[in-house]
Write a protein of this length. Sequence first.
Length: 325
Amino acid sequence: MRAKIIGTGSYVPHSVLTNSDLERSVDTSDQWITERTGIRSRHIASPGEGSSALGTKAAASALSCAHLDQADVDLIIVATCTPDMPFPSTACLIQRNLGATAAVAFDVSAACSGFLFALSIADHYIRAETYRNVLVVGTEVMSSVTDSTDRTTCILFGDGAGAAVVQGVDGENGILSNHLHSNGQRWDLICVPGGGSQQPLSETVLNERLNFIKMRGSATFKLAVKMMEQAAREALSAHHLTIDDIDIFIPHQANSRIIEATAKRLQLPMERVVMNIGQYGNTSAASIPLALDEMVRANRIKDGTRVLLVAFGSGLTWASTLIRW
Ligand code: ACO
């Protein structure tokens, strides 16, 4: 029994924030943002449009791609670091929106690595034959935790959602392996320090803008390249493969220079590397399923294609998933 992705979907909000828009609100330039990050625009959710709204649309699209009905879904796992509210889970809200009444639903918190952590849980449940049809969603409204006055972070993030329907099937194709890692020692490299249980919302939290992302950019950059390279090598070596055996490499979309540096270290030609950060910015847990859906719909991923997904994010967390489609 293997867990196979039988349908994908994605959704981004209509409103687009361009680099020129940002030039008008903070001391930055289109040239700086494009050269240093590769980002040209990002999609931004409307007021009141939470992660469950975006995730529901991506999930519905994935179910339709998989030719499955909401009643067929046994489990919904949502990766998000921007839930609609502390509780209930965003997964329960998506279950309600879809009318997937038979499904168990819960969230996973692993920031930008969240989708791969969730996919790994789906894979394990399916191979244990606990559940057959699992909906895995990565959805984020990063604009809700982005400080619009901080030029070092407000240029980076965007909103969006991606989803995959994973089904237990017999045969050789499907998820071949997952490798997950965490290092809580470096929790403070990227965090939202306030607004949680340790420092609940207060005047101080609001005045010091602690309810927004704080990031040590260049330290994060170096670790992202190192860990994504390590995660890719770990997946390859577990299957006695070389980088030449990988048809499509989908890294987390945080910065085009991180992606290019990782590919260079792996000696992987950019033709096999997926990069859509220019259009969406860093959508955290949504970035990998968004890119995956684009590749599936562009017919770049077909039966037998070897796909390597690699993520890095706050926690710190990093992970890989190797798939024979
Ligand atoms: N416009 C113009 N200048 C800027 C901007 C801006 N938007 N932002 C920073 N600068 C300035 C800085 O102030 C600094 O100026 P100084 O030299 O006078 O002090 C200079 O540009 C260089 O700053 P650096 O931070 O060294 O720039 P760097 O090349 O590292 O790029 C960036 C910054 C884009 C944030 C990069 O470090 C990065 O992408 N880091 C990784 C982010 C990441 O991977 N996140 C993943 C996880 S996210 C999650 O888990 C939710």
